[in-house]
Design a protein. Structure first.
Length: 231
């Protein structure tokens, strides 16, 4: 079981590079894995491989292809580049590009036509927006940022969706999480989980912020969300 690079056509504009990890079981439902602002780092590729081992075709798109493509390091000048391209990222255009990736997965990478989306940090916002507006079948957000800017979409999500937050995350503070819980309270498709003493980035094994005591149950709950929607 290995990964490879592919180019996904974006209508009228160009091509979005993506890392693809396929299940050893053959044809499988697809999961789009949207990484943080640093892109498809070795740690994200490892997560994609782990998901593939769970029986999914995993596609990691480079949504920064229009600005500054490719993975970047967590520190030094690379960190500054990652933050700069994040500031330049257009939400509407990015969501449109994600829709193209999802449609590609439905045609090319999925065994049963179903697609789920997992997003971390920057990507968590787009997992939620995809659940509301892009016709996917399951969504998982790990320490997603700026979801509080889209409280209006939470009531209309119709697929299994779970959101996971660390209780000491300054980028997704508990004041915002409380708003998310309130906005989604009447939607049985949305579940929100919080993890004590977990900081931003607690899911990422290759970062100092990794917290296994939070990451393990969050991962298990995320897999259960995918299973509900993609089986």
């Amino acid at each position: 079981m290995g990964g490879r690079s592919v180019e996904i056509p974006i209508a009228g504009d160009g091509r979005c590079d993506a890392y693809v990890a396929r299940s050893a079981r053959g044809a499988a439902p697809a999961v789009v894995l949207i990484p943080p602002i640093f892109g498809a780092t070795p740690g994200i590729e490892s997560m994609a491989q782990e998901l593939a081992g769970e029986g999914y075709t995993v596609v990691v798109p480079d949504l920064f292809w229009r600005i500054l493509p490719g993975p970047l390091g967590y520190e030094g000048t690379d960190r500054g580049k990652a933050q700069d391209r994040y500031k330049q990222f257009n939400v509407t255009t990015g969501l449109s590009d994600l829709g193209e990736v999802i449609r590609w997965c439905e045609r090319e990478a999925s065994g049963n036509g179903k697609v789920g989306v997992i997003g971390l940090c920057f990507g968590g916002r787009y997992a939620v927006l995809a659940a509301a507006d892009l016709g996917i079948d399951a969504a998982v957000s790990f320490h997603g940022t700026y979801i509080g800017s889209h409280l209006d979409v939470l009531p209309r999500i119709t697929c299994p969706t779970s959101l996971h937050f660390g209780e000491v995350d300054p980028h997704a503070p508990m004041s915002e999480v409380k708003q998310i819980v309130k906005a989604s309270a009447d939607n049985c498709n949305v579940a929100v989980f919080t993890y004590r003493e977990a900081p931003h980035g607690f899911m990422q094994q290759d970062r100092a912020s990794y917290r296994p005591d939070a990451a393990r149950p969050a991962w298990a709950r995320g897999l259960e969300t995918l299973k509900k929607g993609l089986a």
